[in-house]
Design a protein around this ligand. Structure first.
Ligand code: ADP
Length: 661
């Protein structure tokens, strides 16, 4: 292992954005003076807010952010449990008629909008202290927060976000509305990483050139030359800001950023900006097609979408949440992906009739095992060589499995592995606890496949699940995970709060007992235990990475379910042997025989484990994150509802393909 690369971790990127201070768009303060007033003393917001007209009560959650007028809180409707982002505007901040008018304008305009890529306006009310505006909650904040953590995004990510911005913007422009404040902080991102255009505080109806108000509004770095020259703001001025957004995401800083506002304005008027050479020629062409001084020379939104940058480059369908803080590993769709999408659709989607048409024998199709191994990303991927992909390569040739020849370990990795091994032999030999009856990923897969297939085969049809165990025996499962295998490995938190990382080169390090104990596994049967305070030098950087991932998970990720158990300090936690990701689910195999499958879209989970009396327990964690544990024999005997049966079928298919890969 090359420990040098561990030092490259930037601990800041694991911090939640809130700890890094508000994201900055550039070095210049915003022109929107009405929004950047110093804070006046505000009445303390009550823990529960009541809408006196409807009687609905809302409980205040965490502070999401602060704007010029508003503080924005997460709030939960105590009747429906629905969560909102609520902009709370103190009455004393809108006491002047023009201030009040601004908020009324924002509300009246936003109310009328309904589009997939526009933040949904729910409702509003006011009491004597505040005005409350209830909006769709965008739990991953905004592109400004992502940009702050990442600085630059990859081209596929830029295409992913820009397509959604353009879709929302076309909707606005078609309705004759100008946004007039397009900037990273106004592109909100929801739990599913979908973009929503928001903040209509400066939005206005499009007027004829003669009628256009000649006021300057917007964010200085993103102001169009015609707005600065007081020729008014048209749809093309929004397009200009979009070009600035694209430049910022690709280059890491706004195009016209300088230390001096006057100089910035001069650069904008002269369209003077630098283009870093690492930006691809196609992206450069698109940016310069947008950043045209004359609005009529500027590309239109449709021309932008038809540009080679979009038509010749791959745009992912979705992005992993981890991409908010780290570079994602994105692969263009392969035939295998299409195949698995089809399987998943038949299992969970509308085409239920087709379920029976996807027999396990399909794995005998000579191309199938290749296809499936092509779509999975897993802890064994390092043994598979992928073609290196240029950002603009055509989708059909990129990211596909080109060979299954194992990659050689690099000499540095080999040497480092040996050196750790050597030093333990010298100093820690007595700590080694060789395991008997070592389970391998293959044996766990085989066993799980056997018991689940036979359960499905004997299961009668049923519409309901059997009674679940009221007090199931405690077992450990993965409550949070983070895939950072593009650099280091796969991290996970168990339900007893111990954390582990399966590193790319096959070693495993976990922290237990409130991080005081370190378990290190050089191989599946070479385990070492240390006090964190007396960890050998060679393992410190690995431990640091585990800690960084643990902190990231603690601060950013939700618990995957309601089942918790106390930390057993005496025995080492189960060891993750292997993880496999398909487009729809994550499979994890442990050295105690436990298998867990997490379905990404609805957050449901299946956990198969063995109880101390040798019987198998199957736990289903629902989309509401409620867990139900059944005796597998009971499921086999009494059957289960289709929700669970479909998932069990998917797991069996996944195991089949995995076993054959
Ligand atoms: P203002 O209009 O007063 O400038 P903003 O609309 O900018 O207020 O909101 C202030 C902050 O609140 C934003 O920076 C963002 O962090 C947060 N916020 C606003 N709307 C949402 C939302 N829909 N979901 C999540 N956070 C939001």
């Amino acid at each position: 292992m090359d420990t040098g690369c561990f030092a490259a971790v930037n601990p800041d990127m694991f911090k939640p954005c809130s700890e890094r201070g508000p994201p900055q768009q550039g070095g210049v303060p915003p022109v929107k003076t009405s929004r950047t007033k110093p804070e006046q003393s505000k009445p303390e917001l009550a823990q529960v807010v009541t809408d006196s007209r409807t009687g609905r009560r809302y409980s205040k959650g965490k502070l999401l952010g602060k704007g010029g007028f508003a503080r924005c809180y997460e709030m939960t409707d105590l009747t429906s449990n629905k969560m909102y982002a609520v902009k709370v505007i103190p009455q004393n901040r809108v006491s002047k008629p023009h201030q009040r008018e601004k908020i009324t304008n924002e509300i009246e305009l936003h109310k009328t909008l309904s589009h997939k890529h526009v933040v949904k306006f729910s409702h509003h009310f006011e009491d004597q202290d505040n005005i409350y505006i209830f909006l769709e909650l965008c739990s991953r904040k905004s592109l400004a927060h992502i940009w702050k953590a990442r600085h630059t995004l990859t081209e596929p990510e830029v295409r992913y976000y820009l397509r959604q911005i353009i879709s929302g913007l076309k909707y606005l422009h078609n309705r004759g509305i100008l946004h007039r404040d397009l900037k990273l902080g106004n592109f909100f991102v929801n739990e599913n990483m979908e973009l929503r255009l928001g903040d209509f505080g400066l939005a206005a109806k499009l007027e004829t050139v003669e009628q256009r108000k000649k006021t300057i509004c917007g964010t200085p770095n993103y102001l169009a030359p015609e707005v600065l020259n007081r020729h008014g703001h048209g749809t093309e001025s929004d397009v200009w800001s979009l070009g600035c957004v694209m430049y910022t995401l690709m280059c890491g800083n706004p195009p016209f950023e300088t230390l001096d506002l006057k100089e910035t304005y001069k650069c904008i008027k002269e369209v003077r900006y630098n283009m870093p050479s690492n930006v691809s020629p196609t992206a450069q062409k698109l940016i310069s097609g947008i950043l045209q001084k004359n609005p009529s020379d500027r590309l239109s939104l449709d021309q932008i979408l038809n540009h080679d940058f979009f038509s010749k480059g791959f745009t992912p369908d979705k992005l992993p949440p981890s991409s908010c803080v780290m570079v994602p590993e994105l692969h263009p769709p392969s035939p295998a992906k299409k195949f698995f999408t089809k399987v998943a659709k038949s299992l969970f989607g509308k085409k239920k009739a087709k379920v029976e048409k996807i027999p396990c024998e399909e794995k005998d199709d000579k191309d199938l095992s290749k296809l499936v191994s092509g779509i999975v990303k897993s802890s064994i991927n390092r043994q598979i060589s992928y073609k290196t992909v240029g950002p603009n390569e055509a989708p059909s040739t990129t990211g596909q499995l080109v060979s299954s020849v194992p990659l050689e370990q690099t000499p540095a990795e080999e040497e480092s592995r040996k050196s750790i091994s050597r030093s333990f032999k010298g100093t820690m030999a007595s700590s080694a606890e060789p395991c008997e009856d070592v389970l391998t990923p293959a044996s766990v897969t085989e066993l799980a496949l056997k018991v689940l297939s036979s359960c499905l085969a004997t299961m009668p049809s049923a519409t309901r699940n059997p009674p679940c165990l009221s007090r199931p025996q405690t077992f450990l499962w993965v409550s949070k995970w983070v895939d950072y295998s593009n650099k280091y490995g796969f991290g996970y938190q168990l339900s007893n709060r111990s954390v582990g990382v399966l590193f790319n080169e096959g070693t495993h390090l976990s922290l237990c007992d409130q991080r005081k104990t370190v378990h290190y596994c050089l191989t599946n049967n070479k385990h070492f235990t240390f006090q964190a305070s007396s960890l050998p030098e060679q393992l410190r950087s690995q431990k640091q990475i585990v800690e960084l991932m643990a902190n990231y998970m603690e601060q950013n990720l939700m618990e995957g379910g309601d089942l918790h158990c106390d930390e057993q300090t005496s025995s080492p936690p189960p060891l993750l042997l292997q993880w496999v990701k398909t487009d729809h689910a994550l499979l994890m195999l442990f050295n105690n025989g436990t298998l867990q499958v997490n379905f990404y879209t609805d957050h449901t989970k299946i956990i198969l484990c063995k109880s101390s009396d040798g019987s198998y327990l199957l736990t289903y964690i629902s989309r509401e994150r409620v867990s139900y544990t059944y005796l597998l024999s009971m499921l086999a005997e009494m059957g289960c509802a289709s929700e669970l049966r479909h998932r069990l079928r998917y797991v069996v298919q996944l195991l089949h393909h995995h076993a054959d890969a």
